[in-house]
Design a protein around this ligand. Structure first.
Ligand code: ATP
Ligand code: MG
Length: 286
């Protein structure tokens, strides 16, 4: 797809300092479904674990240059961008080299703006740039927030799900007040829902109380195919496109794009015994 010349990309940081809440799963699969919607998309892995990199089937031990070289050595970004094997989707990879960056950044002038500067020249080449953040509120995450237009917050439907979110919102506010005035909260995505449990429904209710309409209608269920896919280096669209996990991430991408938006009344998963709930619960265990 040809992009309109001069149009800037929308940059979304996928962020939650809590580990294992579905940031990377969301980053990979949202990126893939945006790309399948003909949106030119760049996924930036800013986590030294490199899970977004390996989850797209890229061997993180073999990459020549990574986000580390962009942030620390300020090299030209173009050669760091690699193909993902999926049309319209490119990747800036990461690996363990990035572990030192957090410390190295401390002594650098303009340390919060390194990623923003690094990707500025790419902004007109993509419709969407997604940044997969590490599970911390350190300088790598601050760099992602400084470079972003908005923050997407995955929240796992688990005990203490909302704990720490106040701290995240404070960080977003601090970044907005001091280094990136335009930063918005894109939305809150509930992940790993198990609709057979009261806990999931409680978390959904609490999240909607706290974040109101910022919580997406689409809720991602716990789905074994989503757990398996990264082990094969595949996004869910290629691993099992008919799984409930794939269907929900596709629905989420559509919701984010504003297409086929489902109305809140009909799809809100906290309505007890709704058809939607039963469908999701059945699909989840397949
Ligand atoms: P980290 O904080 O370590 O970067 P994360 O927030 O990026 O973690 P993921 O890596 O996306 O979280 O997910 C954590 C684990 O849960 C992974 O093994 C992933 O495959 C699995 N997982 C994520 N979402 C789901 C889901 N909806 N259903 C089942 N498993 C999931
Ligand atoms: Mg991750």
């Amino acid at each position: 797809m040809e992009r309109t010349a001069g149009k800037m990309s929308k940059v979304i940081a996928i962020c939650n300092q809590k580990g294992g809440v579905g940031k990377t799963t969301t980053a990979i699969n949202l990126a893939v479904y945006l790309a399948q919607n003909n949106k030119k998309t760049l996924l930036i892995d800013t986590d030294p674990q490199g899970n977004a990199t390996s989850g797209l089937g890229i061997n993180k031990h073999n990459i020549k240059t990574s986000v580390y070289d962009l942030i620390i050595d300020e090299i030209d970004p173009a050669p760091v961008v690699i193909g993902s094997g999926i049309d319209n989707l490119s990747l800036i990879p990461s690996n363990l080299n990035l572990t030192g960056a957090e410390v190295e950044l401390v002594g650098i002038m303009g340390r919060e703006y390194r990623l923003k500067k690094a990707i500025a020249s790419l902004a007109s080449s993509y419709d969407y740039i997604l940044i997969d953040c590490p599970p911390s509120l350190g300088l790598l995450t601050v760099n992602a927030l400084a470079a972003a237009n908005s923050v997407l917050i995955p929240v796992q439907c688990e005990y203490y799900a909302l704990e720490g979110l106040g701290q995240l919102v404070n960080t977003v506010n601090l970044v907005r007040d001091n280094i990136n005035a335009g930063l918005q909260i894109e939305g809150v995505l509930l992940t790993m829902a198990d609709f057979r449990t009261n806990l999931t429904n409680e978390v959904i209710k609490e999240a909607r109380n706290f974040f109101k309409e910022k919580v997406y209608d689409t809720v991602i269920p716990r789905n074994i195919r989503l757990t398996e896919a990264p082990g094969f280096g595949k996004p869910i669209a290629l691993y099992d496109k008919n799984s409930i996990g794939a269907q929900r991430y596709e629905q989420f991408a559509n919701e984010l794009l504003g297409v086929k938006k489902v109305s809140h009344e009909n799809s809100s998963p906290n309505i007890n015994n709704s058809k939607e709930l039963q469908k999701t619960a059945e699909g989840e265990i397949k």
